[in-house]
Design a binder for this molecule. Structure first.
Ligand SMILES: Nc1ncnc2c1ncn2[C@@H]1O[C@H](COP(=O)(O)OP(=O)(O)OP(=O)(O)O)[C@@H](O)[C@H]1O
Ligand SMILES: [Mg+2]
Length: 301
């Protein structure tokens, strides 16, 4: 039995499509999709059988357990259609999908076998929430995915602009697809879109504010750069929060300094917003302090 057939068998009545969307944009409107009809198929966008790239994506991402996790997430109503992979990072492939109300979602699937997860450990082990996880690839990836979900939830609660987390299971995360109303497509990374920003100083200041909020929420992102900031409606959205650690993590200060260095370099060089690593660090750290002071003051009267 081919993998496609097995997928169809496992997926039962779930509606899954294999549309490899282009990067940043080209999301099909719900209306168009409806007209075209949904459902799983082994045909690509052109209606021809999968090309080699499409087949590669399918094989590297959709192991049996991943298919089952997707099935459960769909059955539990967290989303209803999986479209094409629109981006992939070092450890995960990101797909667009649709929920039952016709709203776009992002589905991030960690490739369990195909990646090296040893670099995840330092961000898990020092985190008191995940101290007791095992050392198998699977345990590490599942913990990482759970961590990304809970980080997003807490950050969102504290007002950080992150994609809204919807659900997670094993190596699959379902969350808001960050889109750009102006272009009508998927939001681009700051790295690619910075030249189109109409108010670079205002945008830079918003990034600093997001960093302050994140710090007040008790987190250090730990991989913050122009790659993990998206531009949506002229404002920054912070993504890729799996490695974010609590401020109590033994390396939190080091990670924060690295984030400040990356961000200050980009803001200064590409957005003309002169802020040194030290200044940025001071602002982020003092935002928490002033919040603490404010709390003290409230307490004292
Ligand atoms: N919710 C989302 N909405 C829109 N685009 C997204 C979303 N999540 C991820 N992306 C896109 O997919 C890319 C890869 O996602 P992400 O950075 O989360 O994956 P990763 O595998 O953890 O990446 P990395 O290579 O940085 O380790 C992002 O840079 C971004 O362009
Ligand atoms: Mg990333």
């Amino acid at each position: 039995m081919s993998r496609g057939e097995r997928f169809r068998q496992i997926s039962g009545n779930m509606s899954v499509e294999n549309e490899l969307g282009g990067p940043e944009g080209e999301i099909e409107s719900a209306k168009k999709r409806k007209k075209r009809g949904g459902g799983f198929s082994t045909e690509g966008r052109s209606g021809k059988p999968w090309n080699r790239e499409e087949a590669r994506v399918f094989q590297s991402v959709f192991g049996k357990n991943t298919l089952l996790a997707l099935y459960k997430l769909i059955n539990d109503g967290h989303f209803s259609e999986l479209h094409g992979e629109f981006n992939s990072g070092k450890e995960a492939s990101i797909f667009s999908g649709i929920d039952r109300y016709g709203k776009f979602v992002a589905v991030k699937i960690y490739r369990i076998e195909a990646s090296d997860f040893s670099n995840m450990l330092p961000y898990l082990k020092g985190d008191k929430r995940f101290e007791n996880i095992g050392n198998s690839k699977k345990e590490i990836v599942f913990a990482w995915n759970k961590k990304e979900f809970s980080n997003l939830r807490k950050m969102e609660e504290e007002g950080v602009r992150v994609p809204h987390p919807i659900a997670f299971l094993e190596n699959v995360l379902v969350f808001e697809l960050v889109t750009d109303e102006e272009s009508g497509g998927i939001s681009p990374q700051l790295k690619k879109a910075y030249q189109e920003i109409s108010d670079p100083a205002g945008f830079s200041e918003q990034i600093v504010l997001e960093m302050e909020k994140m710090h007040r929420a008790g987190f250090v992102h730990s991989d913050l750069s122009e790659y993990n900031i998206l531009v949506s409606g002229g404002r920054p959205v912070i993504i890729d929060c799996g490695q974010a650690v609590l401020l109590t993590h033994p390396n939190a200060q080091e990670f924060l300094e690295r984030d400040c260095e990356n961000v200050s370099k980009f803001l200064s060089r590409k957005l003309g917003y002169g802020i040194s690593k030290e200044e940025l660090l001071k602002r982020v750290l003092s935002s928490r302090k002033s919040e603490g002071e404010a709390r003290e003051e409230r307490k004292n009267g």
